[in-house]
Design a protein around this ligand. Sequence first.
Ligand SMILES: *Cc1c(COP(=O)(O)O)cnc(C)c1O
Length: 392
Amino acid sequence: MTKKDNVHPETLLTSGGRDPEHNFGIVNPPVYHASTVTSPTLAEWRARDFTQQITYGRMGTPTQKALEEAIALVEGGDKAIAVSSGLAAITTAISAFVESGDHILVSDSAYFPTRNFCNNVLGKFGVETTYYDPLIGDNIANLFQENTKAVLTEAPGSQTFEVQDIPAISEAAHAHGAVIINDNTWGTPLNFRSFEKGVDVSVHAATKYIVGHSDAMLGIIVTTDAHYEKILLNFRYWGQHAAPDDCYLGLRGLRTMAVRLHQHEENALKVANWLQLRPEVTRVLFPALPNDPGHALWKRDFEGASGLFAVTLDQHYDDAALATMLDGLELFAMGASWGGFESLILPASPIRTATEWEASGTLLRLHVGLEHPEDLISDLEAGLDRLSTAAG
Ligand SMILES: *Cc1c(COP(=O)(O)O)cnc(C)c1O
């Protein structure tokens, strides 16, 4: 299936990257395990083109190509590159555009390991990072330097949920000859149409909603023809790779992502609305709620929400009190990551350097899964009751 303007993304989600005619009529592409790929003649060995052909396992198998094709189609990009994790997608994308002496702008709300990479790896190679207020909008124009090569956005931030004005930031970036790289993990290829909003490179932790079942690590970089080769070369230089079985799980998850996301959103809205009424909850940070400060931008730019949001509580509860709530939850487990079918909860501690993150109480991040929302609410109700009792 090739790019078609008249087909909805949900349809591309089920049809992209499939080729049953060349695969015995079987619905799903097979998992090709490979390192060596042989050439039948010396002439063909000499003529191998790694951008077009399957040449070596590390550079991608047909299973990986199928996943890449499907995701690029769904998000509306030209090409995609699968890598070993979401973090690898971020590091491979950023490092493709910078060299020693360059400068990049990174949202202060960015995923913490992105900040680690900028500070500890890019810094070591002479690339300087300036963190900016995620709500800066078109004022970001003031932060560009002659050597600014890239701007990283993440909307909404995965702990504090500010929605960034990506079209405005993209316009400023392009006016200064820089690329905009967007971490679209929360948005997903379906709910935030990166390439209609001016993004040059969209990166995803496919580990989250694309895989959707908490059983594989996978990253995807989606981009336009203009930037593809540069990123592909960088992918190759760093020895990046995506495992064939994990690509298969990514493709398998992708097929049902639209229905899962709808249900995550519906369940999350029910749980979030209920949480707003609890006396311990001072704020729900979820742009899909009409009273969220990011709601108008979210409504303008997104097609839907995911199941990840946060709440601030009325005080800083100590771990002894928090444990009475969290340890006793039956449906919300504590664990990193999100986007699987199951519910999760964690205390969050945003790290900021350009802006203050002021919260007068504990911040809890919830991932609302596909359980029945009434059962999730009962679980949280009992947990918050335990918390209040423990805090006296
Ligand atoms: C989880 C996450 C990543 C990293 O993904 P991994 O697959 O765990 O490496 C990147 N960005 C965001 C916003 C994430 O939540």
